[in-house]
Design a protein around this ligand. Sequence first.
Ligand code: NAP
Length: 431
Amino acid sequence: MKTIRIGMIGLGTVGGGTAAMLEKNRGFINKTANANIVMDKILVRDITKDRPGVSSDLLELLTDNPDDIFLNDDIDIIVEVMGGTEMALTYVKRALNLKKHIVTANKDMMAVHANDLFKLAEKNKTVLLYEASVCAAIPIVEVLKKSLAGNKIHRIMGILNGTTNYILTKMDSEGVEYSEALQDAINKGYAERNPDSDVMGYDPGRKLAILAAIAYNMRVEYDDVYIEGITKIKAEDISYASELGYRIKLIADAKYIDNGVKVHVNPVFMPDTHPLARVDGVYNAIYIESDMAGKIMLYGRGAGADATASAVIGDIIAIAKDICENSIANNGYTLFNERKIIGHKDAVSQFYLRMSVKDSPGVLSKIAGVLGGHNVSIYSVVQEKAHDELAEIVIITHSVVEENMQNSLQEIINLDIVNEIGSVIRVEDEE
Ligand SMILES: NC(=O)c1ccc[n+]([C@@H]2O[C@H](COP(=O)([O-])OP(=O)(O)OC[C@H]3O[C@@H](n4cnc5c(N)ncnc54)[C@H](OP(=O)(O)O)[C@@H]3O)[C@@H](O)[C@H]2O)c1
């Protein structure tokens, strides 16, 4: 049995989980790979750091000298689980140029640099796998690249971030405000002390860029994704959503229309009947619509040491098998479609509007008049909760062009009968 040696960069959450899984399932993994997979060296930032729970065998493998990995001819595969962009990118490029294969969990790097890295891998006849970079345990990259490769994908929608889904689920089930649900997520270790990457939607935006590029065979990068987070969602919006038959979810959505791709991440009123509306807590799910396979949903844990290690080890086994069978294949994506990203202003959607207005006759017709003037037609209206001199109006529109909606809102906010526009949230069409 051939021995395949691993050099790993990082021994944090994912690196620790990967080393532990390799140890725990060693016999089984080696049989599956038909190779003897050995952790050879682990590069960390601070070799003197206290690492409770790490075995003495692993501690012996630690180094803070990159050359111990890069210039070690015995190492076949480098597992990059350090995170960040610049240094990780430098290391991965160096490794590819030294003809080492790469397994990475790094969505920040892949969402921006995947295209260049695949070209470099191809040039050096090496493999770069990245299943763990999108939704950890959910094998979506392989499903898109292989199982659905012959399908025309119409749409990929997903709940790609467990932290925000936990917060929205808690707001929904307990009627609490965003700040209280966020604090609970921090206390439980589901959110970082600085939660911006999750709650502002940046993290699912990166994952969406990676998925859209594979699904649509087109260069799609993080900067192409229109992003809104969940920080402005109020308990009232969650309550109206439930009254109207919806649940609010942070949805990452990549849709193929007019030979182009529309990519966006934002809160959405999802109809109660949609499978994504029922994905709760820290779980992730990805819903794919394609011409032949139809509708498919993948569901599972999108973060955490074990879930992410599962994807990393799967990629290591795939490369180990290829090395043993002398069949290293280019595993990057094909980008044969001309790049066309549909601008946010041209996107079409239904909207939910919640506004506080003067409680006087003729208010609704004034607002309807402004909306109509911008080709925004109303699907339903609820007027409720008059207090003091104010009333609350909730409007759901028909599908409208985003730019028309934004133009009408600018006019509405200047009407003397409007006190405040509380929320503007997109609504997923009923199927
Ligand atoms: N955590 C998850 O659930 C999850 C899920 C999917 C994907 N990912 C991705 O996996 C990657 C790792 O995440 P993580 O949560 O495991 O991070 P982490 O817990 O912060 O661990 C990072 C590790 O990388 C090492 N490191 C950092 N900078 C380094 C440098 N310049 N040179 C050498 N080593 C360096 C650190 O060394 P020290 O130990 O010495 O500090 C540490 O061991 C990220 O790209 C992340 O986005 C994470």
